[in-house]
Design a binder for this molecule. Sequence first.
Ligand code: CA
Length: 519
Amino acid sequence: MRFRRLAPLLLILSSALAVLPGAAGASSGSSQRPPPNIVFIFSDDHAYQAISAYGDERKLLETPNIDRLAREGMRFDRCLVTNSICGPSRATVLTGLYSHLNGFVNNSPQARFDGSQTTFPKLLQARGYQTALVGKWHLVSDPTGFDFWQILPGQGAYYNPPMIRQGQRIRTQGYVTDVITDESIAWLKQRDKTKPFLLMSQHKAPHRSWEPALRHLGADGQRVYAEPPTLFDDYAGRGPAVRDQDMTIEKTMTARDTKLTPPPGLSPDQLAAWNAYYDPLNAAFAAHPPTGADLVRWRYQRYLHDYLACIRAVDESVGRLLAFLDEQGLADNTIVVYSSDQGFFLGEHGWFDKRWIFEESLRTPLLVRWPGVTRPGSVNRDLVSNLDYAETFLDAAGVPVPETMQGRSLKPLLEGRRPADWRTSFYYQYFEYPEPHRVRPHYGVVTDRYKLVRFSGAGDDYTELYDRQVDPLELRNLLGQPGYTAVQAELETELARLRRDLKVPATIPEHWYGPRKAN
Ligand code: CA
């Protein structure tokens, strides 16, 4: 009888303890709570502008499932990537190192991730975690540190994607985002339930060429999206790099991008559904082909319809994984992270794609739910990075973080504590040039307010200064302007300090810029 009375009290006490900051995780020692599981959902080229929890003046779409992570966890508003392209971002996530130290500096045909180096999945695996990776990999060498892996070869295909399961090529049927989610859940079902787990569920979507699930074709009907104020940026007031690039909606977008031609890999039934949607739109386009600014506007609308439709399936996939965690009683001790390998331009500066130190590509979405640790609905505006993910996961699991890693655990921020010495500046560096998009190599220092960027490695080197407080769209180089002398000097000093501390080589080897042919 006594025990029956005590039991509810103990239950209340233990759940009260669980919500105390620092109560979770194996590292705390004071808690009986087992090490947390980690579900890392990672998409490819998902702009924060296209997540409703982040808000966007255009109100592009609703993402109720991704938003659930913001509502039940923490939304990071300034998560910056170290090098804004696919492979390098993934290598940084795994190693906690900048590109120049993990060796994966660009997406050239010669790039190959050195899987013998230390990664956070390997360290978790060594400490008893079961580890799995499903979906986009894009690091060429076979994954290491995973008990199970099933990846898309290269960039992967949207429809009926071939995959490689533990080295064996397999065929799949259906839409890539659904297939990756199915396989992720299948692995969770058969895992050893006595051990904690790490699942990395990594989507191809919404990468170019933005091919939606057939069920989402035309999901937004005839909607006309608002245009960003810089859709027709004339690139005045800045150096040659912004004019020189090859990533505009006007000049770079292809017939495949705008669905004037269908993608390969569709079955006859799928192709019929695809054509049923696009044929009338393409016929209308052919009957009155727009030109000049009207053609840019037409492509912008086509691009956003397709891109946002791809995100619908990603959001559904997040919903399915969260529902599975709920059904299995796993949600309470599972950290769920949603992020993307970088941001993306949705017409800003007339662009699609990424690569730049400018905000739309530099900043990536990051939402983290950690029940009992992170206060629901909290927002963080500190400078954080994909460089920090590895250390965060190790810290959360109570695994020692190697001294060599260059990021910092986000655990205190997730607990609602901001360390006094949290970073106030961030180093960025991009290499890949000239293919595929002629974005000049550049590096720079980013603070809450400013960016000092040096374009170097493509002939005429020069420096620019941006002040996001007075110029949030980043349209004016303020270097040498009245009132900026002291700021510039401080940023130059900070840039030099960061390059020294982060062991950035003074001279970049020529091959780090990548191939001189298209990739
Ligand atoms: Ca990417």
